[in-house]
Ligand binder design. Structure first.
Ligand SMILES: Nc1ncnc2c1ncn2[C@@H]1O[C@H](COP(=O)(O)OP(=O)(O)OP(=O)(O)O)[C@@H](O)[C@H]1O
Length: 255
């Protein structure tokens, strides 16, 4: 089966520092893939190269056979790639529902003209968007507090809200940057289940995570970066006994 996402030889340099160095991997449709590595290994930069937040210096990023290189981020979202951020990026003053609606926006056609004249199809579209957004809140377990301002939600719930917003864009590939960051053990267990439910919906998942227990439980394939380069790739069992990976993590955290 051909890959949903194919990253080939991507490289990104900041000044004299090569943050991502000739990295290649692919993500099969329907899979859950983890990207791990010590702090500063180049994981978030790799995500930013895939989602168009940074432009690659070298290499290719191909999604469903189409090159994403040089494409604007909103176009990449429209093609079916959605993401969450390591530092939560919600509209803190807006309600949970409004945050998810903002994600839905990329799938609605209403523009300035229709917003002024409000044709009947627009009311229909708005109702549909609210219904769909509520369904996403329910999916992540936040349906009881749609009108709560994002800033009043716990850290763990804000992460779930970001996932709901990303899902509202109807992605084929969902990219999660440290989704368990700031979560307690119970929330992390729920997150593993949520990620598995996302997979059951047919959405492919690519995630960065420092919580090794989550990575080992949730991912079918793991790609390991160190100093910007890929040092290993394999199943959780293979990664756990890979000498280079153990060495990279030695003294920092257990694999
Ligand atoms: N915009 C930028 N400008 C300059 N240097 C950057 C930039 N973004 C990242 N870097 C550097 O690139 C390297 C890789 O950073 P990156 O954030 O991708 O690592 P990471 O593996 O995601 O780390 P962490 O686990 O700490 O989030 C680091 O040395 C970082 O300081």
């Amino acid at each position: 089966m051909s890959a949903l996402l194919d990253v080939h030889g991507i490289t990104k340099t900041f000044g004299g520092l090569t943050a991502v160095d000739d990295v290649s991997f692919d993500v099969a449709p329907g899979s859950i893939v983890g990207l791990i590595g010590p702090n500063g290994a180049g994981k978030t930069t790799t995500f930013n190269l895939i989602t168009g937040n940074y432009r690659v210096d070298k290499g290719t990023v191909t999604f469903e056979g189409r090159s994403l290189v040089g494409m604007r981020t909103h176009k990449i979202v429209q093609l079916g790639v959605a993401r969450t951020f390591q530092n939560i990026r919600l509209f803190q003053q807006l309600s949970a529902l409004e945050n998810v609606l903002a994600g839905r926006h990329c799938r609605t056609k209403a523009g300035l003209f229709s917003a002024m004249f409000r044709p009947p199809w627009q009311a229909r579209e708005e109702r549909e968007a609210v219904g769909r957004s509520m369904a996403e809140l329910e999916f992540v377990g936040l349906a009881d507090r749609p009108l709560e301002e994002a800033r009043n939600l716990s850290y763990g719930n804000q992460r779930k809200l970001e996932i709901a917003r990303a899902l509202a864009t109807e992605p084929k590939l969902l990219i999660l940057d440290e989704p368990a960051g700031g979560m307690n053990e119970q929330e992390t267990d729920q997150l593993v289940e949520l990620i598995q439910h996302i997979q059951k919906r047919g959405v492919t998942v690519l995630l960065i995570e420092h919580d090794m227990s989550l990575v080992m439980r949730a991912c079918e394939k793991i790609v390991v970066l160190e100093y910007g380069g890929k040092i290993a790739e394999g199943t959780p069992a293979e990664i756990q006994k890979n000498p280079r990976v153990i060495e990279a993590y030695l003294g920092t955290e257990e694999v």
